[in-house]
Design a protein around this ligand. Structure first.
Ligand SMILES: [Zn+2]
Length: 354
């Protein structure tokens, strides 16, 4: 029988060994977790968009270069994901030109970010909304309704939520249901002139019959408790009204916010995840932002670089294309998968850091 001292020493040794094993296992588990985390991180860091070239950047972003820097800063201040930031920075990369077989119609194809704060992407989105709405104008008589909320010092996100909740209630009133069959709405936000509050308006293009504006105003005052400004206007030129609405829908921020980084970042957070465009009634379910189907087959003609070189050398086809693009704003198609398939894998550069 071992004496107490040797038993104690034996147990201490084994305890030390067991503790050592436990610590080793713990470290291994931690290492495995770290490796898994690193792997996940690496997959998230994977270049989602090829790096934009200087020529592509010049072509797509020169018109809003200063605002783009401000937006980039605000996106970083709001802590958007690296992937989102990379897509924004490389928006317009791998740009090429396609045309129909007869060369009558041309379009741009590239990686586009689709970010709500990217001006060129929003112009393209406005065009899609217009194309999707314009063929609906034959459905009946259209009116343009604007609803406003009294100035409010709450955050922009909660004001938008309140506006949309009140609008949903308004759509259940007699004054609305007897006159309106359906329509599309767009939310617009501006900063008050004194810069101390947000103005949020809702513009709705509605299809239906005569609207009793006084009754609608009374309902709006009752529902909101403090707001009564309601405008109703008969639309004499629906196509123009559609374009007007589409521009509202994609306008981005109030221009004054570009020189007010704090409120720009606040506005970005406020609209994040909130629907600012929608349909209701007979237009419910219409996908306003969907890319319209191709009316003809398009074929790859050249890369943007090849076009710009031909233009600088005065080649007739490139000059003709420039005139065509000035007459008809080129449609943009985000066809990332198709583009990547056509380019060699090793030609995909990584996303730049910072
Ligand atoms: Zn973009």
């Amino acid at each position: 029988m071992p004496d107490d001292a040797s038993l104690s020493s034996f147990l201490d040794q084994h305890q030390t060994t067991l503790q050592g094993l436990a610590v080793t296992a713990l470290i291994e588990r931690k290492d495995n977790r770290a490796q898994r985390r690193e792997k996940l991180h690496a997959s998230r860091r994977r270049p989602l968009t090829p790096q934009i070239t200087e020529a592509e950047k010049h072509f797509r972003h020169d018109g809003w270069a200063e605002h783009r820097k401000v937006v980039d800063h605000a996106l970083r201040a709001n802590g958007v994901s690296p992937g989102c930031l990379a897509r924004f920075r490389d928006c317009g990369s791998r740009c090429s030109l396609e045309s129909t077989q007869d060369g009558q119609e041309w379009r741009l194809v590239a990686h586009y970010c689709g970010n709500r704060h990217c001006e060129p992407c929003q112009r393209s989105r406005a065009k899609r909304i217009q194309q999707n709405l314009v063929h609906l104008v034959g459905l009946g008589d259209w009116r343009f309704v604007t609803l406003t909320l009294a100035a409010d010092t709450h955050g922009v996100g909660s004001i938008i939520d309140r506006l949309l909740t009140c609008f949903a209630k308004l759509r259940r009133t007699d004054a609305w249901t007897t006159a309106v069959d359906g329509g599309a709405y767009f939310v617009e936000t501006t900063r008050g002139k004194r810069g101390d509050h947000w103005h949020v308006h809702l513009h709705a293009l509605v299809c239906g019959r005569w609207i009793d504006r006084e009754a609608l105003r009374d309902h709006w005052r009752r529902i909101t408790g403090d707001s009564w400004i309601v405008h109703v206007r008969f639309v004499t030129d629906p196509e123009k009204a559609v374009w007007y609405c589409a521009k509202y829908a994609c306008k981005g921020c109030d221009a004054a916010l570009y020189s007010d980084p704090r409120h720009l970042a606040e506005w970005m957070r406020g609209i994040s995840g909130r629907r600012l465009v929608g349909t209701f009634g007979c237009l419910r379910g219409r996908r306003l932002e969907q890319q319209p189907a191709d009316s003809a087959d398009y074929h790859h003609r050249c890369t943007l670089g090849e076009y710009l070189t031909a233009l600088s050398q005065g080649e007739a086809w490139a000059i003709g294309l420039k005139k065509y693009a000035a007459r008809t704003e080129l449609v943009e198609r985000d066809a990332s998968a198709a583009i990547d398939a056509a380019w060699p894998e090793e030609d995909l550069p990584g996303t730049p850091a910072g």
